[in-house]
Design a protein around this ligand. Structure first.
Ligand SMILES: Nc1ncnc2c1ncn2[C@@H]1O[C@H](COP(=O)(O)OP(=O)(O)OP(=O)(O)O)[C@@H](O)[C@H]1O
Ligand SMILES: [Mg+2]
Length: 268
């Protein structure tokens, strides 16, 4: 059976209220998981298996603490390694809850903890051990990555966003499709309307439209996400990429995973 490799990230903005600590929206995770489940089943029935890597953002479980301790810069003159302890614990808690809600939606993914398999240097992810991710995919399983605190050979530790981990992963494991679920239906223009398509040279025309995040955020918000997605497409690490907001019935997410549509903003 032929296979398509797909990466789906459920953004922290979609699954938490980023300004309220510990605010996980379990119903949204379960609904998105169910939409993904439908896509996997539908694709398998038509003779095309989907190899899925799932990701989730840190949302209010990561960004608030990371901001408080200046965790991107690593070891703190006053707080030392405290950010590492607290963010690691918070992400472990979030990830466990995330898995349980996925299970309710009929999806049984398995976490490959970024802290254990990634290392950064000067704030950039430089090493990612993809062995277990590949082994899970080969067995038809769904590995999960998430935004995390990771060791940094210069700073002690730093923050790696899901997008930064995907960048490292897709260098060796390119994806046919990348789908990012956000709290906005894609990239919005000045009037709040969804920009349906951003092509390879599209970034220049987005000047003034793209911001960071409206909420506490340490990894660059929407601007960084768009830059990375365009770069993935340009360098052939993603056949296409899409940012959308999962609709209540999840139909647009199912379509995006299948590659048959989905709305929001398409890159490439
Ligand atoms: N032009 C734009 N269109 C849409 N959102 C924008 C735009 N400019 C800035 N934003 C902000 O970007 C946010 C999404 O990025 P953000 O990093 O906060 O979400 P996320 O990646 O889902 O969360 P996490 O980093 O926790 O995974 C939106 O909630 C919005 O506040
Ligand atoms: Mg983000």
């Amino acid at each position: 059976m032929s296979a398509a490799r797909v990466f789906v990230k459920l953004g922290g903005s979609f699954i938490t209220d980023k300004s309220v600590r510990g605010s996980l929206n379990g119903a949204r995770i379960a609904a998105a998981a169910n939409a993904i489940r439908k896509a996997l089943d539908r694709s398998a029935r038509s003779g095309r298996r989907i190899q899925l890597v799932l990701g989730h953002g840190a949302g209010s479980y990561g960004h608030i603490l990371a901001k408080r301790y200046g965790a991107v810069a690593g070891k703190h003159p006053e707080h030392g390694w405290r950010a590492l302890y607290e963010i690691r614990e918070s992400m472990a808690e979030m990830n466990l809850l995330f898995l349980r809600h996925c299970n309710k939606g009929g999806l049984f993914p398995v976490t490959v903890s970024p802290f254990a398999v990634a290392e950064a240097k000067g704030g950039s992810v430089r090493r990612l051990d993809i062995h277990n991710i590949q082994a899970l995919l080969e067995q038809g399983q769904i590995p999960v990555l998430h935004g995390d605190v990771v060791l940094d050979s210069e700073r002690g530790f730093t923050i790696a966003s899901t997008e930064a981990l995907l960048e490292a992963l897709s260098r060796r494991l390119p994806f046919d499709r990348v789908v990012m679920v956000s709290d906005t239906d894609g990239v919005l223009d000045h009037e709040g309307r969804t920009i349906p398509r951003i092509d390879r040279d599209g970034l220049r025309r987005l000047a003034g439209v793209l911001g960071g995040s409206g909420a506490p955020d340490v990894t660059g918000g929407m601007r960084k996400k768009v830059e990375k997605l365009l770069s993935f497409v340009r360098h052939g690490r993603a056949g296409s990429a899409r940012i959308l907001r999962c609709s209540p019935g999840g139909r647009n997410l199912t379509e995006a995973v299948l590659g048959t549509g989905g709305g929001g903003t398409l890159f490439g």
